[in-house]
Design a protein around this ligand. Structure first.
Ligand SMILES: Cc1cc2nc3c(=O)[nH]c(=O)nc-3n(C[C@H](O)[C@H](O)[C@H](O)COP(=O)(O)OP(=O)(O)OC[C@H]3O[C@@H](n4cnc5c(N)ncnc54)[C@H](O)[C@@H]3O)c2cc1C
Length: 322
């Protein structure tokens, strides 16, 4: 089905990461007309992280097509992990249901699901500014297919990630806080994809957390590899120093680093309100992450499910922002 661009939508969502994509899917299934735009090319969205972990129970609640280990977007589904005490003396096995996902193939799979639900996706399309009428948001101006275009929407959703490009530019009295994320509002995360040189020798099992150091050995591509991750507030340098401190204390067997990634994830309270007239913010744009793990994906999905119900009621109410 080839969908054509219209001038009016029920919902315009800015940002086709995990937050915007999931909400678009829910609203598309409810037969609302939805436009989802992203400034990046389709194949580039989600490339900033390779492997990402989702909480399996929340994936199931979210109702998305199930993950199958061996598919391009799913490495494995795990049921336990280990936590090490601060003095490094004791390992405790905990029940932890995690789905180990490859982010980019997952998003590409979801884009196909969105198209089936009639959602219009526009990539290389950038939000520019809000359109107001009588002091209320009634749409967005965006550069779409290289052209500055006015799009009217009954609801505009900011799912633009840590920049919160729409939320942070709202009028101060619009009802949603406009703070930007500063260095002490985020966790700077360094990831090293490592391969044990002698995998037969004892080494930290994958999915072992040193919570005291905010450091973990996460599952990676293969059995003989792991992701050595660390997060610290303030700066990447803080994270690097904390990792150095940890590595000076433990005696790890030799390994090689075959890939590195870094990024930051919100680590502060979300705005007191995520909604205002014709506006909603979700995902990193709304600083929604689980407090201990810093995981953001399913944290937002659980809120998206509630939001989709409320949006459905509002859009089916005569007179709601037309
Ligand atoms: C190193 C690291 C590891 C992590 N690991 C995990 C994990 O294992 N599990 C987990 O749940 N979470 C993890 N997180 C957090 C998780 O990645 C985020 O919470 C989640 O990806 C946020 O999704 P989002 O859709 O809100 O934002 P994003 O994925 O950032 O998507 C926002 C999109 O908006 C687009 N955009 C921005 N501005 C504009 C504009 N002006 N116009 C149009 N489009 C625009 C961007 O191109 C982008 O594609 C990790 C974070 C980091 C940094």
């Amino acid at each position: 089905m080839v969908l054509k661009m219209k001038e009016n939508y029920d919902v315009a969502i800015v940002g086709a990461g995990t937050a915007g994509t999931y909400l678009a899917w829910l609203l598309g299934k409810q037969n609302h007309s939805v436009l989802l735009i992203d400034k990046d090319a389709k194949e580039k969205v989600g490339n900033r992280l390779d492997i990402i972990h989702f909480e399996t129970d929340r994936v199931q609640k979210a109702g998305i097509p199930p993950f199958k280990p061996g598919d391009p977007d799913c490495i494995e589904i795990r049921d336990h992990s280990k936590v090490v005490t601060p003095d490094l003396s004791t390992e405790i096995t905990t029940q932890a249901f995690q789905t180990i996902v490859r982010l980019s193939p997952f998003l590409q799979k979801m884009y196909k699901e969105l198209e089936k639900e009639g959602v219009l996706l526009k990539f290389k399309s950038t939000f520019k500014e809000l359109i107001f009428e009588n002091d209320k948001i009634v749409g967005i101006k965006a550069e779409i297919d290289g052209k500055l275009t006015d799009i009217r929407a009954r609801l505009v959703v900011d799912a633009s990630g840590t920049s919160g490009i729409i939320r942070t530019g709202l009028p101060k009295d619009y009802g949603v806080e406009t703070f930007k994320l500063g260095p002490n509002d985020v966790m700077y995360v360094l990831l090293q994809y490592i391969r044990w040189k002698n995998p037969e020798k004892p080494h930290p099992t994958k999915d072992t957390s040193h919570i005291y150091y905010l450091l973990w050995f996460g599952p990676s591509h293969t059995e003989d590899s792991a992701i050595l991750g660390i997060g610290q507030p303030g700066s990447y340098e803080n994270a690097r120093l904390a990792r150095e401190d940890f590595l000076n204390k433990v005696d790890l067997p030799p390994y090689e680093i075959y890939k590195e990634e870094k990024g930051f994830t919100p680590y502060r309270r979300p705005p007191y309100s995520l909604v205002s007239d014709g506006f909603l913010c979700i995902g990193d744009a709304a600083a929604i992450t689980y407090p201990f793990s810093g995981h953001g994906v399913t944290a937002t999905w659980m809120l998206d499910m509630i939001a989709a119900e409320v949006i459905n009621d509002a859009l089916n109410t005569e007179g709601y922002i037309n």
